[in-house]
Design a protein around this ligand. Structure first.
Ligand code: NAI
Length: 507
C-alpha cells in the first residue's frame, strides 16, 4: 500500500464542478487541501458550496456539525500558485484545453518539483499533456466522475511516460479515499467513455430504425435491462451536445472506426438546440406542465394452456418457476435454443437475426422473439417481436404468456438483436476490445462500468452469464444483418469462447 498519508497536503487547481468535488473528497479523507482558481473569489465560493452541500448531510444525521466544520476548515483557498509548493499531490481540474493544461503543468513542475501531478481530464491524452513537461513521468491521469463526492469510480490513467509506481500510489490513495480505482492506459475515452458508447449508439440506431418510441425504449433498458436510466433520458441529462461531442471525439481519435460512428438523430437535436434538461427540451420535453410520455405496453391477452420449455442453464432457468407460479403447464425439452413452444407459437430468445429472416432460414412457424433481460425473474418488462409470416394469434398468446409471468410486454418492430440483447453484446464487445488492446484488465472494465455509470452488471460478467458463444452468435448476425464492420467481434471474445473459458479467467 503506497497511499499518501492524510497529513500530506493535496492541492486542487480549478474550483469548478469537478475541482470542488475533488477537494471535498480529499478533505473528507483528512488531508489539508489547498484550492486555487484563476477566477477571483472562485475558490472561496466553491468552499461555500461544499459547506452548503454538507449542510444537507448534517440535517439528515449522516455527519455531525463538528465533522462538517472540520472538513470545511481543512480546505484552504489560495490566491497564487506559489502557495502550493508543499503539496504532495496536485490535481488539476481546469478547462478542457490541451495547451492551457500543458502551460499549467509546466508552471507546476517548477513550483512543486517533488509533487505527483494529476490531471482530471476526461478526454485529453495524458501522454500529450505530459509531452510538454521536463519530467513527464510525474504526470498521471486521475479521472473522477461527476459528482466526485458521490461517484465511486476513479480511473487512474498512465501516459506513455508515466511512472507506474506513481500510478499505483494514486490508485492506493483513491482507494484510501473510499473510491474504487481502476488502472488504464491513456487511450481515447479511457475505459468508461469508450465502453459506454454502444449504450447510446445502439439505442439511437433502434430509434432511427423505428424499433419503438423513446419512452418505450427507455423503459425496456430500465425494466428489462436493469439500467438505472434509459439511454435517452440519460443523454438528456448529460446534454446532447456534450454526449455527441464525446462520441465524435472518440470516433475521430480512433480514425473513424465505425464502432463509434456518431448518430444523425443526435446531431439533429444538437443542431436544433434541443440539448436536454438544460435547454428544456431534448428527447423529452422538460417545460413546466409538459407530460411525460408513457411507454407502449401490450394489452392483456390470454396465455396458452401449456408450453414446452427449452431452457439451457443458466440463462432461462428462472422461467421454470415463473411458469409454475403462473399455473401454466410446462414440460422440459433438451436443447440449446432457449425457447418456449406452444400450439400457437415458437417463442425464442433473439440470436441477433430479425425474426422474419430467422423464421424463413430455420423454417419456424409462428415465430416470436423475446429480448434479453438482466434477470428474467425480477424484471418488470420484456420486449417481443414477431416474424412477418407469423399469425397475429402467435404474438397475442406470447404476450399473454409473459403477462401471466408478471411482466409488462412491449411489442417492438422486427429489428436484429432486439434492444437489451444487442446493446449488452456490444457493450461486452467494446469492453473485450479494451482488454484486448491492453487498455486495462477485465476486472477493471466491469468495475468501471458499475462504479462509473451505475451499470447493473459489468459487461464482461454479463457476457459470461449470457454465454460467450451466444454473444458471438448475436454479434455475427448483427454484422451480417448490417454488413458493417461496427459489429465485428472482438478477437478476445473469439479466443475466450474457443478456449471455453469466461472473460475473467486468466488465459
Ligand atoms: P468548470 O468549468 O466547472 O470549472 C473549471 C474551473 O477552472 C473554473 O472555475 C475556471 O475558472 C478554472 N480555470 C480555468 N482555467 C484555469 C487556469 N488556467 N488556472 C486555474 N483555474 C482555471 O469545469 P469542470 O466541469 O469542473 O471540469 C474541469 C475538468 O474536469 C475538465 O478537464 C473536464 O474535462 C474534467 N471532467 C469534467 C467532468 C464533468 O462531468 N463536468 C467529469 C470528469 C472530468
Amino acid at each position: 500500500m503506497t497511499a499518501l498519508s492524510p497529513e500530506q497536503t493535496i492541492a486542487v487547481i480549478g474550483a469548478g464542478a469537478m475541482g470542488a468535488g475533488v477537494a471535498q473528497v480529499a478533505a473528507n479523507a483528512g488531508h489539508p487541501v489547498k484550492l486555487y482558481d484563476q477566477a477571483e473569489g472562485a475558490a472561496e465560493r466553491a468552499i461555500e458550496r461544499i459547506a452548503r452541500g454538507l449542510d444537507r448531510l448534517v440535517e439528515r444525521g449522516r455527519i455531525s456539525a463538528e465533522e462538517q466544520a472540520a472538513l470545511v476548515s481543512r480546505i484552504q483557498p489560495v490566491d497564487t500558485l506559489e502557495e502550493i509548493g508543499d503539496a504532495a499531490l496536485v490535481i488539476e481540474a481546469i478547462v478542457e484545453d490541451l495547451s492551457i493544461k500543458q502551460q499549467l503543468f509546466r508552471q507546476l513542475e517548477g513550483l512543486c518539483p517533488e509533487a505527483i501531478l494529476a490531471s482530471n481530464t476526461s478526454s485529453l491524452s495524458i501522454t500529450a499533456i505530459g509531452s510538454a513537461l521536463q519530467r513527464p513521468e510525474r504526470l498521471i491521469g486521475m479521472h473522477f466522475f461527476n459528482p466526485a463526492p458521490i461517484m465511486k469510480l476513479v480511473e487512474i490513467i498512465r501516459g506513455l511516460a508515466s511512472d507506474p509506481a506513481l500510478a499505483q500510489t494514486l490508485f492506493d490513495t483513491a482507494q484510501a479515499w473510499g473510491k474504487l480505482a481502476v488502472h488504464a492506459r491513456s487511450t481515447p475515452g479511457f475505459i468508461v467513455n469508450r465502453v459506454a458508447r454502444p449504450y447510446y449508439a445502439e439505442a439511437l440506431r433502434l430509434l432511427q430504425e423505428g424499433a419503438a418510441d423513446v419512452p418505450t425504449l427507455d423503459a425496456l433498458y430500465r425494466e428489462a435491462g436493469g439500467f438505472r436510466m434509459g439511454p435517452f433520458e440519460l443523454m438528456d441529462l448529460i446534454g446532447q451536445d456534450v454526449n455527441y461531442a464525446v462520441t465524435a471525439s472518440v470516433h475521430q481519435a480512433y480514425y473513424g472506426d465505425p464502432r463509434f460512428t456518431p448518430s444523425l438523430i443526435q446531431k439533429e437535436l444538437v443542431d436544433a438546440g434541443w440539448l436536454g434538461r438544460k435547454s428544456g427540451r431534448g428527447f423529452y420535453d422538460y417545460h413546466e406542465g409538459a407530460e411525460r410520455p408513457e411507454p407502449v405496453t401490450a394489452e392483456l391477452a390470454e396465455p396458452p394452456a401449456e408450453v414446452s420449455l427449452i431452457a439451457p442453464p443458466p440463462l432461462l432457468q428462472p422461467l421454470r418457476s415463473l411458469l409454475e407460479q403462473a399455473g401454466i403447464a410446462h414440460s422440459a425439452a433438451e436443447g440449446e435454443e432457449c425457447s418456449l413452444i406452444s400450439d400457437a407459437f415458437t417463442l425464442c430468445l433473439t440470436d441477433g437475426r430479425m425474426a422474419t429472416l430467422r423464421a424463413r432460414e430455420d423454417n419456424l412457424k409462428n415465430l416470436v422473439l423475446f429480448d434479453l433481460a438482466l434477470d428474467y425473474e425480477g424484471c418488470e418488462r420484456i420486449a417481443l417481436c414477431a416474424a412477418e409470416q407469423s399469425a397475429p394469434e402467435a404474438l397475442r398468446q406470447a404476450s399473454g404468456l409473459f403477462q401471466a409471468m408478471g411482466k409488462s410486454v412491449s411489442l417492438i418492430e422486427d429489428v436484429a438483436g432486439m434492444v437489451v440483447m444487442r446493446t449488452v453484446c456490444m457493450l461486452a464487445n467494446e469492453g473485450a476490445d479494451a482488454v484486448n488492446q491492453q487498455v486495462c484488465d477485465a476486472a477493471a472494465v466491469d468495475t468501471a462500468m458499475q462504479a462509473g455509470v451505475n451499470y447493473p452488471k459489468g459487461p464482461l460478467a454479463w457476457a459470461d452469464a449470457i454465454g460467450l458463444p451466444r454473444v458471438l452468435e448475436v454479434l455475427d448476425h448483427l454484422q451480417h444483418n448490417y454488413g458493417e464492420d461496427r459489429y465485428r467481434p472482438s478477437p478476445l471474445l473469439l479466443k475466450h469462447a474457443a478456449a471455453g473459458r469466461s472473460c475473467h479467467e486468466p488465459s
